[in-house]
Design a protein around this ligand. Structure first.
Ligand code: RAM
Length: 341
């Protein structure tokens, strides 16, 4: 009886340990462990990304853990990465809060034989093997600019409410928006007032939007290239009674923006599918670890449901792989996405 009780206790402990692990794959374990790091915990965008990692884990049989700091900090990400290095993961998949800030710890990981992939927000080339992005930064930036410019009749004051000040992906998209505002004559009558940072935090994004409205009462357009900031900005515009004259667009999930899209303050927004981003990143990670995929320009990878995934040299000189999918959420399309995103 004693032996039986001991066995039950051991089995319970094993079960508890498994349940605590972030992911257990259904297919037989292939021995590969991936440590996924994202910008912040509790962000629904990254939870969708994790759904993609889980889907791939079910198909390919790898194990993964996932974590992000509460405060979107570089230090927090560094601690998580160190912990994953100590645990002996095979591959790191990182969405970085600071492209340069993670280079040292990622270089340590690579010296230890760990493959380093960034996904969503890059690590600088000296710290990564490859970066996996939803679409070209220029397309993502200019799609939002052109849409809001059209809403504004190509004139009036425009602002951006971004995520963190060092966010690699937002900063790159914004650099293309700012360049076009300066150089493309069709935007000559748009008066760009600059960027405010909401740090991917709902309350802070709301507050910086309120401060922008106070400072620029004639503001006509806002671009919010971050899923956490967008609903806060929309709510603020409505609360301030500005939604008849001030419109926004941005990169958003469907479930928390549908009411603002239908209501008209955000006539349309854009986003790729973050589930697919996690899914493709997993396939790259596993193929690279198995030696079936080399980190070289021109390399292709087979991923179910995708065609033509080919490694390119990025503008930053490192390697990059694009999914090349950007969806538009408007009054007629957003509801179809609500259950997924
Ligand atoms: C936020 C994050 C993420 C970005 C999306 C659009 O969730 O900043 O990195 O890709 O928005």
């Amino acid at each position: 009886m004693k032996k039986f009780s001991a066995l039950v206790i051991v089995l319970c402990m094993v079960f508890t340990l498994c349940a605590c692990g972030s992911s257990q794959s259904r297919k037989a374990d292939d021995g590969i462990t991936i440590g996924v790091v994202y910008k912040q915990s509790g962000n629904a965008y990254f939870q969708a990304g994790i759904t993609g990692f889980q889907k791939a884990a079910d198909e390919l049989g790898f194990t993964f853990m996932h974590d992000g700091p509460d405060d979107s900090s570089n230090d927090g990400q560094e601690r998580i990465i160190r912990n994953y290095i100590d645990q002996g993961v095979d591959v790191l998949c990182i969405s970085a809060n600071d492209a340069a800030g993670l280079v040292d710890v990622c270089s340590e990981a690579r010296k230890a034989g760990i493959l380093v992939l960034s996904w969503d927000a890059k690590v600088d080339p000296s710290g990564r093997d490859i970066d996996i992005e939803p679409a070209s930064a220029k397309v993502i930036g200019l799609t939002q600019l052109e849409f809001i410019a059209e809403q504004m009749g190509y004139e009036g004051q425009l602002a951006i409410v971004s995520a963190g000040a060092t966010a690699p992906n937002q900063n790159l998209w914004i650099s293309f928006i700012e360049e076009a505002l300066k150089t493309d004559s069709k935007y000559a009558n748009i008066d760009y007032v600059g960027v405010a940072y909401g740090d991917d935090d709902y309350t802070k994004s709301y507050d910086v939007m309120k401060a922008l409205i106070d400072k620029y009462p004639d503001l006509k357009g806002v671009i919010v290239p971050t899923t956490n900031g967008a609903p806060a900005v929309a709510k603020c515009i409505i609360d301030e009674g500005k939604d008849a004259t001030l419109k926004m667009t941005g990169l958003t999930l469907a479930h928390d923006m549908a009411e603002y899209i239908h209501g008209g303050v955000a006539p349309a927004t854009f986003l790729w599918n973050p589930i697919e981003l996690g899914y493709v990143s997993s396939y790259v990670a596993v193929a690279a670890k198995k030696g079936d995929f080399k980190f070289e320009a021109g390399q292709t990878i087979e991923v179910p449901g995708f065609e033509g995934l080919t490694v390119e040299v990025s503008d930053d000189g490192g390697l990059i792989l694009y999914l090349n999918k950007l969806n538009k959420f408007d009054d007629t399309t957003v509801d179809a996405w609500i259950d997924a995103l």
